[in-house]
Ligand binder design. Structure first.
Ligand code: RBF
Length: 162
């Protein structure tokens, strides 16, 4: 089955991000990839109307730290949504599973705990090429997709709470 291009979406279906505040937490591990994810997310937020001053970008050492970094964003800033960006590449040890499961469960819990969107932008790939393909390569950029998801979730919240 073909994987969809992560950067392709219907422009007209994306609500305006005007007035929305975003936190982005980026893992430093595999920074060639996570830096590209962050650039994609920021560019996409701005294309849809987010202002520079409404985007807070912070780094954590590795993907395992994304959950706590995201919780800090929610506790200590006034962001409306948090995007976490990381890349875990399968190695020869079982760390891959432990890290991926930890982040997946951690981010799921934060969504429920804060009633805010915490967007899961974690690439979990078998090798570096698969990650590059999804970080601005031939399959688009997972950071773009994460940004669109954050905007859409905040728009949904606005719609249901107004
Ligand atoms: N962090 C990542 O973001 N991506 C990885 O691929 C990754 N691989 C790791 C492999 C091993 C064997 C270890 C010990 C750590 C790895 N980490 C990785 C770092 C991890 O997310 C975390 O920063 C550290 O375990 C410290 O809590």
């Amino acid at each position: 089955m073909a994987t969809k291009n992560l950067s392709e979406y219907d422009l007209t279906s994306v609500p305006a991000a005007t007035g929305m505040k975003f936190g982005i937490v980026v893992a430093e591990w595999n920074y060639e990839i996570t830096g590209a994810l962050a650039r994609g997310a920021i560019d996409t937020l701005k294309i849809h109307g987010a202002k520079d001053e409404n985007i807070i970008l912070k780094h954590v050492p590795g993907s395992f730290e994304l959950t706590l970094g995201a919780q800090y964003m929610a506790e200590f800033t006034d962001v409306d949504a948090v995007i976490v960006l990381g890349c875990v590449i399968q190695g020869e040890t079982r760390h891959f599973d432990f890290i991926c499961n930890g982040v997946t469960q951690g981010i799921t819990n934060l969504n429920m705990k804060y009633n805010k969107p915490f967007i899961f932008g974690l690439l979990t790939t078998g090798n570096q090429q698969q990650a590059l393909d999804r970080a601005g390569g031939k399959l688009g950029n997972k950071g773009d997709e994460a940004a669109i998801t954050a905007i859409k979730m905040l728009a949904l919240k606005r719609e249901l709470t107004k």
